[in-house]
Design a protein around this ligand. Sequence first.
Ligand SMILES: [Mn+2]
Length: 384
Amino acid sequence: MLSGTVQCGKRSGTVAGREGTGSRLRAPRCVGATSDSNLPKRPFSDELALPLTLSSPPKPSPQQRRALDLLREGRRFVLTGHVRPDGDCIGAQAALANILTALDKDVWIINPDPVEPQFDYLSRQFGYGTYEGGELPQHDVTVMLDFCDFSRCGRMASAFEEVASQKLIIDHHVQGDDPWWDAAYVDTSASATGILVYRIAKQLGVELDRGGAEGVFTSMVTDTGWFKYSNTDAETLTAAGELVARGVDPDALYRAIYQRKGRAHPTETGRALSSTEYFMDDRLAVVCLPGENGNASTALEGDEVLDILRSVSSVEVVLSLRELADGAVKLSARSKTDFDVNLLARQFDGGGHKKASGAVIEGTLDEVKSQLVAATEALLRGAS
Ligand SMILES: [Mn+2]
């Protein structure tokens, strides 16, 4: 059974471009500016590494070409994402649904968990179904976005095992050793899965409409912390510029995603932050949210608290721990330096990226915290 209307409607039309203001920007002159020697320097070249327009996306690899063929040739598609789908996951689904419906395919989006209300501007434009058991609609290609670890299908895993569809993954996470898919469009250097779908749109010659464009923008801003994190690259910013030029409104999306929380949110955030503990000469910061209020609290949703912990000069690694209802703890780990939190998360059967990873770990909050602190200390000591 599926809840909600899941089949995506045919859509067409283009986004109205914005009128330029015609104002000219003058470069400010810095008098007596000093450089901060603590800031890492990226090699800087006078030559542009990328053309200013990405109308020609990177050439697809042979593996990616197979994935594109599958998208071209398939007729009926089910798009799915990981448990508790995030902004990147559902944004990439919106963009891919846009592409496939423009190519006259039948498309259903069905996730193991519902879309968070902060992304309602996307769910108003696309039919996101939530799986409630039973058979999936008849389809020939299943596209799995923003994950490559099969267990992250959650309660949809057995349905996907039973269905004789081609399995295609589109993802930017580090792949496991044992590929279970038929085709893959993977690039771990991409800032978000949504940027891969943006490349696919160009490679298949499809212009995204407003919904698809807002999907790609949502993917990029949620996975880069609104263009703050080290995965923010020229391709991401160029794509963002192109999407804004087409009519995506960054301010409206910022308000929708980040500025519609309940009045208790600041107090809950303060309570969570007051649990902050430091380890290893303040290089590691840990924040804990116990179960009593943890499941209702919005304090550890998103990267807000992790960002505040990262603002401490000495801090290199931050961990947030939230007690779940079933005797487990949800870990979110972030790195400010070269420290690889994916290595840490993998020790606890989790994963993600070098700078942002997570896991769900069995045990009480105190047990899990001391295991994680010990493991992080060992890795930090090994790295320095
Ligand atoms: Mn992602």
